[in-house]
Ligand binder design. Sequence first.
Ligand SMILES: Nc1ncnc2c1ncn2[C@@H]1O[C@H](COP(=O)(O)OP(=O)(O)OP(=O)(O)O)[C@@H](O)[C@H]1O
Ligand SMILES: *[C@@H]1O[C@H](CO)[C@@H](O)[C@H](O)[C@H]1NC(C)=O
Ligand SMILES: *[C@@H]1O[C@H](CO)[C@@H](O)[C@H](O)[C@H]1NC(C)=O
Ligand SMILES: *[C@@H]1O[C@H](CO)[C@@H](O)[C@H](O)[C@H]1NC(C)=O
Length: 372
Amino acid sequence: MSGDFLPENSIVVGCGAVGLDLLATVAAFPQPDQKIRSTSFKTQGGGNTGNALTCAARLGLKPRIISKIADDTQGRSILDELQTDGVDTSFIVVSKEGTSPFTYIIVDNQTKSRTCIHTPGFPPMKPVDLTESSLLSALNGTKIAYLDGRLHETALMVAHEAVKKNIPILMDAERLREGLDDLIKVVDYVVCAAQFPQASSLFSLEVWTEAATVPKALVSMLLRLPKVKFVIVTLGKDGCIMLERTANEVPSTEEEMDADKLLESLETKKNASVNIPTCISSSVTNLRADGIGTICGKLYIGTAENIPPYELIDTTGAGDAFAGAVLYAICANFATEKMLCFAANVAAAKCRALGARSGLPRYNDQHIASFM
Ligand SMILES: Nc1ncnc2c1ncn2[C@@H]1O[C@H](COP(=O)(O)OP(=O)(O)OP(=O)(O)O)[C@@H](O)[C@H]1O
Ligand SMILES: *[C@@H]1O[C@H](CO)[C@@H](O)[C@H](O)[C@H]1NC(C)=O
Ligand SMILES: *[C@@H]1O[C@H](CO)[C@@H](O)[C@H](O)[C@H]1NC(C)=O
Ligand SMILES: *[C@@H]1O[C@H](CO)[C@@H](O)[C@H](O)[C@H]1NC(C)=O
């Protein structure tokens, strides 16, 4: 034991997606109408919340999950897997009729991309599915709540109750689509993916914030969301960028730094010959985004692990692993630098196996031993 103390039985409540993933690895992505064979195949539990809470459970937290499935084969296997990992499934609503959510995932060994075809479950979860007494028992003793932006109406109910009880909320805003505004404005911490490469960036951070760069978008988010303490944008193999709000530690009369220039100056401090995750941070400063505004905060770059190509198997759910590790880091009171390195390590372990969960490390895994 070298690190911080994790309060025993730290309970985390998550509300959002669970499902079944049907994963196939292919040597190269097929053309339309082509018939090909998979090089490997796996059926495994999935869904952002299912994955993030499985990650949290393996690290030592006590997760409870609020979601909905159907009483079918997929549903039973979803429950079995979560229970095996120590996730409390007693708040999952099981519908007598309908189908559980599932996703076809094609992992292309050539490009290392993961293409997902999702089929939502039916019937959808409604707030009436979760009784008030269930909600109160779920939140009883909870250290932190997690939302993935799905099951929007139920999530909003969970969020409002958590706020009432002073339970902090982490949100993984995979897609910052409209309608999530009411949810995101009550949360304390945000993790989101930049979704840079996709041309169809209709849901991207930049469009949502109308800011042209990640640093500008981060300043914009903290200005629009006064409750949010930090936002982390994950960038796949390029790691992450984080902006943390600091309570006006620098007087507003002090000099301002252009947010983009500040990021550029942090980038120059990256050391390309270091393969393990590292963290580079600015001092507390007034960050300015032209045409948007100024925030007093601290900017961080978290680098990703440089995984050798033959060990990089599948990035499905890397963001969920990252978020699950951030949940742990918040409960264990990790310093911000340590949190970003830890989350990158956990996500990198995940990327070494097929599926969102197979590679998720346990608290005693040597890959993360130096943090625990
Ligand atoms: N190819 C990679 N090599 C090393 N680390 C990676 C790689 N891909 C992802 N990661 C790690 O995982 C983190 C999250 O990845 P990413 O930004 O791809 O999340 P995401 O798009 O939300 O993923 P998903 O939606 O599949 O959960 C990154 O910040 C990084 O630390
Ligand atoms: C995956 O790609 C690597 C090269 O990146 C190759 O060596 C390996 O044989 C491929 N595996 C399969 C199963 O196609
Ligand atoms: C909350 O949990 C405590 C300890 O487990 C228990 O004694 C108490 O009855 C619970 N309260 C509610 C409202 O469920
Ligand atoms: C970069 O990292 C390598 C390996 O750890 C180290 O030897 C080197 O001194 C570092 N370079 C700089 C500029 O810090």
